[in-house]
Design a protein around this ligand. Sequence first.
Ligand SMILES: Cc1cc2nc3c(=O)[nH]c(=O)nc-3n(C[C@H](O)[C@H](O)[C@H](O)COP(=O)(O)OP(=O)(O)OC[C@H]3O[C@@H](n4cnc5c(N)ncnc54)[C@H](O)[C@@H]3O)c2cc1C
Ligand code: FES
Length: 289
Amino acid sequence: MSTFQTHDARILEVKELTSREKLFTLRFVDPEINRNFKYKPGQFVIVDIRGFGEFPISLCSTPTREGYFQLCIRRVGRMTKYVHELKEGDIVGIRGPYGNGFPMETMEGSNLVLVAGGLGMAPLRSVLWYALDSGKYQHIYLFYGTKSYEDILFRDEITHLLKHGEAMNCTVKLAYEVESPSCIYLEKGFAPKVCKGVVTDLFRGEEFDVTNTYALICGPPVMYKFVIRELLDRKLSPGRIYMTLERRMRCGVGKCGHCIVGTSTSIKYVCKDGPVFTYWDALSTRGLI
Ligand SMILES: Cc1cc2nc3c(=O)[nH]c(=O)nc-3n(C[C@H](O)[C@H](O)[C@H](O)COP(=O)(O)OP(=O)(O)OC[C@H]3O[C@@H](n4cnc5c(N)ncnc54)[C@H](O)[C@@H]3O)c2cc1C
Ligand code: FES
């Protein structure tokens, strides 16, 4: 796909995940564009609502399942509110994919520790299913923290993995901060994989060989400090810690300068050099996290 061209994509399905987030399944109208649309977990697209505006959204589906792609969109303001009102059959403009994505080939044969907070689950869901579908990784851990049970995204998939994940070399653990009377997980006997607490509580009792493990983090800014401290305490090297970051963006391709961070000694374009960075990058670039 040409990098700056917008193509029409049809909404195939809209699924309400929570009161704020919807999952949109899309396919390009032109079958040729659809066939040529290749992306990596961690990349994003720009959604173009013609005459109204554009905004970036992570691809939350896996490229191992071809013919469609998915976006999990939280309603926060003007454009996301507009998109939440769209229905199956409606058309939106899409350009991309953009960004570097996670280095999935480099990590083959290793353990993956995915640490998601809230909406950070969206890009990590792409990694999760890519890793499970490809079977090229050793053990996959998903530690997922939300404010409440009601905020858990992709609940059907999470339930499936809580039940059957170990047979697929996948350990899923959940933490939510506030008591939720409607939580089905505890009564189904999923404790201690499901607990009241914060995402770092989920590391307790888990050991992984740090020489053969990568950690991938995505969540609200406040979460990074605590998760990184936990990983460094376990002696995971900063080069094995990947984070996907969000900044206000416009062009998505390194032209407008909107997403620049750092100083003269190290400047990064979050759209082009990221949105995936290692903790080494964060240590050398001021303002990255
Ligand atoms: C690389 C990247 C990937 C993203 N992936 C997703 C995703 O998978 N799902 C999703 O729901 N959202 C994602 N976002 C955020 C999404 O782009 C914004 O929520 C969207 O642009 C808001 O548009 P709006 O017109 O509805 O809100 P606005 O009216 O523009 O803003 C509403 C509120 O949201 C805040 N806001 C807007 N954009 C951002 C941003 N980039 N970072 C932090 N705060 C912001 C504003 O400060 C304001 O408080 C991503 C952003 C980036 C940069
Ligand atoms: S968004 Fe334009 S340079 Fe990054």
